[in-house]
Design a protein. Structure first.
Length: 201
């Protein structure tokens, strides 16, 4: 029940357009004409006031399948790796681990991740060197990097990381939910690598 053009007309127009005909349409209206809606091709029909749970169930049927986010966790501390892996459990995540920075570069060569969680203080080669290596490879520069470190970075440290790091999180000062939210923001927004680094604790 809308001005100018009612929902029935919109539904009919969508169904006649070859490029739009496959889009599921759920009717949400005060008019109780379920059979008419289904006959015209509606994928679902709800009458107002809408039951929230029913709407959620109905919409969930048409949720697009999203591939899992590929996370590379670069951390030499096995306990810390296990903790972070626990935060990223579920089918929406594929987590690979690297115990040191050289192993991390090998992992990236094998399969490019969507995001890297990087500890700075590592044996052999520190996290600063990893960031520098990522910036040297054209195909790796767009990989978002979240630094997770126990040390407070000074201005010189931040300058070294500026070009290739989006966030810096200080261990024991951030909530797991903060990390998950930042990963989602980076992967879904795909920010340019030149984005100014954001510090968070």
């Amino acid at each position: 029940m809308m001005p100018d053009l009612d929902g029935w007309s919109v539904l009919a127009a969508l169904r006649k357009d070859p490029e739009l005909a496959d889009i599921p349409v759920i009717m949400v209206t005060i008019v109780d004409e379920y059979r008419r809606g289904i006959a015209l091709g509606a994928a679902g029909y709800l009458t107002k006031p809408v039951d929230r749970e029913r709407l959620h169930r109905l919409v969930s049927r048409f949720r697009a399948q999203v591939p899992p986010t590929r996370v590379l966790m670069v951390e030499d501390d096995a306990v810390q790796r296990e903790r972070m892996r626990g935060w990223l459990e579920g089918p929406q995540w594929t987590v690979r681990e690297a115990e040191n920075d050289r192993e991390a570069l090998n992992r990236i060569q094998e399969s490019k991740p969507d995001v890297i969680l990087l500890d700075l203080m590592m044996p052999e080669m520190d996290g600063f060197a990893v960031v520098a290596a990522l910036q040297k490879e054209a195909g790796w520069r767009d990989i978002p990097v979240i630094v997770i470190t126990a040390r407070d970075l000074d201005a010189k440290d931040r300058q070294r990381l500026h070009a290739g790091v989006q966030f810096v999180l200080v261990k024991e000062r951030f909530r797991p939910a903060d990390l998950v939210e930042r990963i989602r923001r980076l992967v879904h927004s795909k920010p340019p690598v030149s984005t100014e680094m954001e510090a968070a604790s």
